[in-house]
Design a protein around this ligand. Structure first.
Ligand code: HPA
Length: 262
């Protein structure tokens, strides 16, 4: 089953039937919000707003482990992540879509793994939890391979969908992940650029890493909402990010529908 991780209200799309809203508690605590289980053209899909409805959680305080664990618990095996990013590569323009194929990680304070060596049983239910037993019971140290972090099949599907829609997009891009919630300095963006980052954002890591630890496929569709610090001549504001995501909302919903269908 497909899971869609994105903004709030993304599931409010004509033609999508909402089946149920599931509130979960995981061994890592509460996900950002309830999961919305929906159906479109015979296929089930689960939505979760990563910041919670009303944008409650800033990027560095999102409970990424609970969010990803909850998806897996509900039977999700593929995650389509949608996020706003700043553009670093000068070939990008605000409003472009980027299907990232690599990331570099500059986050600092987030729990980054499910594998912490010794698993603490949080409560008695954990002992009989299939997922806990499948992934964590042996108190393992695990180093997953992320040479190619993104799913090539899902990326191919995204590319076909965006081509069909005739919108401006880039089929590759390296995502520089920063801690936030502050935006970057001009020097940080210059450094990220030298290191090969095309876009910058605050949420991909550890989302993708955690999904991969639980054997899920992951693809990320990024919307360039602004040019990054020092590349844009203007002072950056959250308003321009929100405004651009609003403008792209209908296109994003169309991508999601076509993605579910294909
Ligand atoms: N930097 C970091 N994250 C972002 C940006 C940015 O410029 N724009 C949207 N998300």
């Amino acid at each position: 089953m497909l899971g869609v991780l994105g903004g709030s209200g993304l599931y409010e799309i004509d033609g999508i039937e909402i089946l149920e809203e599931k509130k979960l508690i995981t061994p890592y605590g509460e996900p950002s919000d309830s999961y919305i289980v929906a159906r479109y053209k015979g296929k089930n899909v689960v939505f979760l707003p990563r910041h919670g409805r009303g944008h409650k959680f800033p990027p560095h305080l999102i409970n990424y482990r609970a969010n990803i664990w909850g998806f897996r618990k509900l039977g999700v095996r593929k995650i389509l992540s949608i996020s706003a990013v700043g553009g670093i590569n000068p070939l990008l323009r605000p409003g472009d879509f980027v299907i990232s194929n690599q990331f570099v990680d500059f986050t600092k304070v987030r729990p980054v793994t499910f594998y912490e060596g010794v698993y603490t049983i949080h409560d008695e239910e954990d002992r009989t939890d299939d997922l806990v037993n499948e992934y964590l019971k042996n108190d393992r140290v695990v180093h997953i391979d992320v040479t190619q972090p993104f799913c090539p099949v899902m990326r191919g599907t995204l590319k076909n969908v965006l081509e069909d829609m005739k919108v401006r997009f880039h089929s590759t891009g390296t995502y520089g992940a920063t801690e936030g919630p502050r935006l970057e300095t001009a020097a940080e963006i210059k450094a990220l650029s030298i290191l090969g980052a095309d876009i910058v954002g605050m949420t991909l890591v550890p989302e993708i890493v955690l999904a991969r630890e639980l054997s899920m496929h992951f693809a990320s569709l990024n919307v360039v909402t602004n040019m990054a610090a020092g590349i844009s001549e203007n002072r950056l504001t959250s308003d321009e990010v929100i405004q651009m995501m609003r403008e792209k909302n209908e296109e994003i919903k169309k991508v999601v529908l076509k993605f579910i269908e294909s």
